[in-house]
Design a protein around this ligand. Structure first.
Ligand code: ZN
Ligand code: ZN
Length: 482
């Protein structure tokens, strides 16, 4: 602890270009002279001109330097360097009581980014999207850093979707299931690489939101914008970061991929809004399994070193993670390098046929004596008291009764560790959702199921088809909750 206080006592004059505690725009709280604040925040955000990284993309409002101390320097050089851990920890310790409370200033960094958020909102208000929201796009999404020996991505998906889909629905019902991530478990952001602006879940209570300061400090609410707001032409790229702790960076390309066919924006006549998974490679990493750098080592080891027994062990480790809970196949039938189209299609169908997730009631794992009981980020959890639920919301709890031994016994008695999530009990708003059958974005023309009144369809045909394939079983008294 001493070395931190020592650091705090020895600021250098060049740390403060306008004098201690002074900046061109942001205000410092009394007693804070700005030790540990990155230099960029002393400038005027209205003059901020974000600089692209080596690949021409702008990340996180253009606020972080590019490159990193990791050993994958070449591949990481295009990405923000991330926090200077010691400096930011030291700054948090010395100033956390001075900002963000009632009657207090927001942190200088937040004040700065607020200006960028407002500037972007204004630009989007006057943006003319023309007919783009009515056109379908073909997208390839790949996971950063997880390449094979030839440099080709180990994990990618190629799919088709309407550009008119809301970003929150796109993340929740399309990207998460198609990639293989759990819905509503972690926070995320989309990046418009043209200016580094960020879009993310409104009122998010995902547990990794505590790391938001390391990922751009703030973002625009993604439920107000469409996919079409993030690109304008073929060849544009969109960033997607999933899980602020594990840092799964994705890139979505709308252009000719070095390893695949042309990605394109379809014309209106050939656009029907239907989501289609075209192809893919590799299976999703396990959630909470080592993070991006750790998983790369894990999967390289799987490829290069493991004998049969060790490979089985590694497979079981992946299958034990939350996103493989519904996989239900033995490790011997699981191959991390080959894309399981059937299972992925099933995840997509399930997501489309269900209401949009509620980020303020994110999925989280609860233990009777939880190890994170002392973590203040979990204290203000609305699902705990159950009193902040809005109309049309309910809490669902899922006990893992398959466990052996004491934990399994406690689970069967309803006293064990369990997953908890806030869900919608009513259907989504028409303007903000998609057809439960095909994923076509909504509008007044969406028709609801007259039985349960919970799902919407773009046409009678899709309602009939969905009834046969899925909804006949789903549209029951139990589902309606009556
Ligand atoms: Zn449809
Ligand atoms: Zn129904």
């Amino acid at each position: 602890m001493d070395f931190l206080t020592d650091l705090a006592r020895t600021p250098k004059p060049e740390d403060f270009p306008y004098g201690p505690g002074r900046a061109k725009y942001v205000k410092f709280a009394e007693g804070d002279i700005g030790v540990g604040v990155p230099k960029i925040f002393f400038e005027d955000p209205h003059q901020h001109n974000p600089k692209p990284g080596p690949k021409g993309q702008i990340h996180q409002w253009g606020l972080s330097p590019y490159g990193t101390g990791s050993k994958y320097v070449e591949e990481d050089s295009n990405y923000p360097a991330g926090d200077d851990m010691i400096t930011s920890m030291q700054r948090k310790m010395t100033t956390q009581m001075s900002y963000g409370g009632p009657g207090q200033l927001q942190t200088p960094e937040k004040q700065f980014v607020e200006v960028l958020v407002e500037r972007k909102k204004k630009q989007l208000e006057s943006l003319n999207l023309d007919n783009l929201p009515k056109r379908d796009v073909i997208i390839t999404i790949r996971l950063h850093l997880l390449n094979d020996k030839t440099g080709a991505p180990r994990i990618y998906r190629r799919f088709r979707v309407s550009a008119g889909i809301r970003l929150n629905v796109f993340q929740d019902k399309i990207v998460a299931p198609i990639m293989g991530w759990t819905r509503n478990l972690h926070a995320y952001t989309f990046t418009d690489f043209r200016d580094g602006s960020l879009f993310g879940p409104e009122e998010s209570r995902h547990i990794d939101m505590v790391y938001l300061d390391g990922h751009g400090y703030d973002y625009l609410p993604d439920n107000k914008y469409m996919l079409a707001h993030l690109f304008s032409k073929e060849g544009d790229e969109i960033g997607y970061l999933y899980d602020f702790g594990d840092r799964w960076y994705h890139e979505m390309k709308l252009k000719k991929c070095p390893f695949r066919q042309i990605e394109k924006i379809l014309d209106i006549d050939s656009s029907d809004g239907e989501v289609r998974i075209i192809e893919g490679r590799g299976m999703c990493p396990g959630e909470n399994l080592h993070g991006v750098h750790g998983f790369r080592e894990f999967i390289d080891k799987y490829e290069n070193e493991g004998d049969y027994r060790k490979k089985q062990e590694q497979k079981r480790e992946i299958l034990g993670t939350p996103n493989y809970k519904s996989y239900h196949k033995p490790a011997s039938l699981f191959d991390p390098f080959s894309f399981d189209m059937e299972w992925t299609q099933k995840l997509l169908n399930e997501a489309l046929a269900s209401p949009t997730s509620i980020p303020s009631g994110a999925r989280s794992f609860k233990m009777p004596m939880r190890p994170d009981a002392l973590d203040p980020t979990t204290w203000d959890d609305p699902t705990k008291a159950g009193k902040k639920l809005k109309k049309g919301q309910a809490i669902v709890r899922e006990f893992d009764t398959e466990q052996d031994g004491l934990s399994g016994m406690l689970a069967k008695m309803g006293m064990g560790g369990h997953w908890e999530e806030t869900v919608h009990t009513q259907r989504d708003k028409r303007a903000q959702t998609v057809c439960a059958m095909c994923g076509k974005p909504g509008g007044q023309e969406l028709k609801q199921c007259s039985g349960c009144k919970r799902v919407l369809y773009c046409s009678r045909d899709h309602q009939r088809a969905h009834w046969k394939s899925h909804h006949k079983k789903q549209c029951t008294k139990e589902y309606i909750g009556k």
